[in-house]
Design a protein around this ligand. Structure first.
Ligand code: CTP
Length: 237
């Protein structure tokens, strides 16, 4: 009898796939064994009509690198991913979402967790999507903007708040000052801040130059690959 309900000769998934599924369910051996960590990554897409949407720029690479590094150290990782074309890292349980509200629901459904690292570039606003394609001949549409839930601030206010809450801050102004203010506003423990001004090449690129903002002050890390940033962050965790 096979999983699909048919009878007859069947075929198991590859052993690597079976091992990855077991590791995703249980966490593997390592210093973070027995810990559950939620990671958000990628953009959210907020529909305007059946063909148009509002989105933030985000490749998802940094969040996926963090999920992979956590799993490699034995954590059970729930990766809540917006629409990105990246492969699921080995040993990671991935939940795909489109909108900010779906991401918020998926994060809450994944609680409790020991830590949450919110890397996603969440769209701050949404509109009530038109059921039919808006026609150009009708002129530029008036969009009725509404605020999306702030997932990070919501986790801080939740009675099941993970013990360690880490946010990211994408800034184009005074990065350190803005990130320190954001840390206070959102109630998270740490913020990893980066300068995403177009000339830095960080958006969509493979390297990242970040500042870790904690209650103790600001640490500026040297420019390094997104994989190295992930490992450095998990080293601190
Ligand atoms: N974030 C979130 N939910 C939102 C918006 C942001 O969880 N609706 C999280 C991001 O995942 C990130 C942190 O909050 O960890 C900061 O995101 P950022 O876009 O820099 O901050 P905003 O609150 O959107 O502030 P602003 O756009 O005014 O800089």
């Amino acid at each position: 009898e096979m999983a699909c309900g048919e009878y007859g000769p069947g075929r198991l998934p590859e052993p690597e796939a079976i091992l990855a599924a077991i590791e995703a369910a249980l966490g593997g051996p390592g210093p973070l064994s027995g810990r559950h960590v939620i990671v958000t990554a990628g953009p959210t897409h907020e529909p305007i009509d059946p063909v148009r949407m509002l989105a933030n720029r985000s490749s998802g690479k940094q969040g996926f690198a963090i999920a992979e590094a956590l799993a490699a150290l034995g954590a059970r990782v729930t990766l809540v991913a917006g629409p990105v074309g990246l492969d699921t890292p080995s040993g990671v349980a991935r939940i795909n979402v489109e909108t900010a509200r779906q991401m918020d629901d998926a994060v809450k459904a994944a609680l409790p967790a020991d830590a949450a690292i919110l890397v996603a570039a969440v769209a701050d606003w949404r509109v009530e999507p038109a059921p039919f394609k808006l026609k150009k001949a009708d002129g530029p549409p008036r969009l009725d903007w509404q605020a999306n839930p702030d997932i990070l601030a919501g986790l801080d206010a939740d009675p099941r708040r993970p013990r360690l809450l880490v946010g990211f801050a994408a800034e184009t102004g005074d990065v350190e000052e803005e990130a320190a203010a954001k840390r206070g506003r959102k109630g998270c423990d740490w913020i990893l801040a980066n300068d995403v001004s177009p000339e830095t090449g960080i958006m969509g690129g493979d390297s990242n130059s970040v500042h870790l903002v904690t209650h103790g002050g600001v640490e500026s890390w040297p420019p390094q690959s997104k994989d190295e940033v992930a490992r450095a962050l998990i080293g601190r965790i």
